[in-house]
Design a protein around this ligand. Sequence first.
Ligand SMILES: Nc1nc2c(ncn2[C@@H]2O[C@H](COP(=O)(O)OP(=O)(O)OP(=O)(O)O)[C@@H](O)[C@H]2O)c(=O)[nH]1
Ligand SMILES: [Mg+2]
Length: 195
Amino acid sequence: MKVNSADIVISAASKKQYPKAPIPEIALAGRSNVGKSSFINRMIQRKNLARTSSKPGKTQTLNFYIINDKFHFVDVPGYGYAKVSKKERAKWGAMMEEYFAEREQVKATALIIDIRHKPTEDDQLMYDYLKHFDLPVMVIATKLDKIKKGQRKKQLKMIQDVLEMEEEDALIPFSSETGEGKDVAWKTMLSHLNL
Ligand SMILES: Nc1nc2c(ncn2[C@@H]2O[C@H](COP(=O)(O)OP(=O)(O)OP(=O)(O)O)[C@@H](O)[C@H]2O)c(=O)[nH]1
Ligand SMILES: [Mg+2]
């Protein structure tokens, strides 16, 4: 996929602000600081369009990006960061619910997890939550550059088992650092987007 244009449309705090263009969307999900924004940047080959940080909790709103005037990427705030108040957590939950329950044009989600670790309880809940909305979930096992080649197969099998992934969902090893997995991720995304 050749990316000719990529721009932020809006950082939306609520539904009223979502873009009106009736184009298909891929939403991201994943633990705070796992590499969601880095995934977007690597896919579109832009160093810092989606803002990244070594500190968790950088993304706090739903950030809509438009790619080639054809589809949106939606970067969402991460979960599982311990230093979050109960009130903030409730706000996060309401934001997710408002988006996933009502947004018609979301075609699939990319659940970003860390290939080095067993998916957390939150990751497992998120996978089930997304399946509850009948969404295809591409599981992106990122930070592939951080493990040895010989560990890959075992880690992928473990992730698939722990999440109890459905047959139709793709599990894609990926690195935002090296770009490995990018072509497979694009192929899978484009098929969900019908592009
Ligand atoms: N080595 C390596 N580091 C990565 C990779 N992906 C992300 N990182 C690093 O992980 C940190 C967090 O990345 P972000 O993309 O900001 O994570 P996020 O999930 O958007 O974080 P929040 O917006 O806070 O939820 C940054 O320091 C990135 O450079 C990867 O594939 N390999
Ligand atoms: Mg982010």
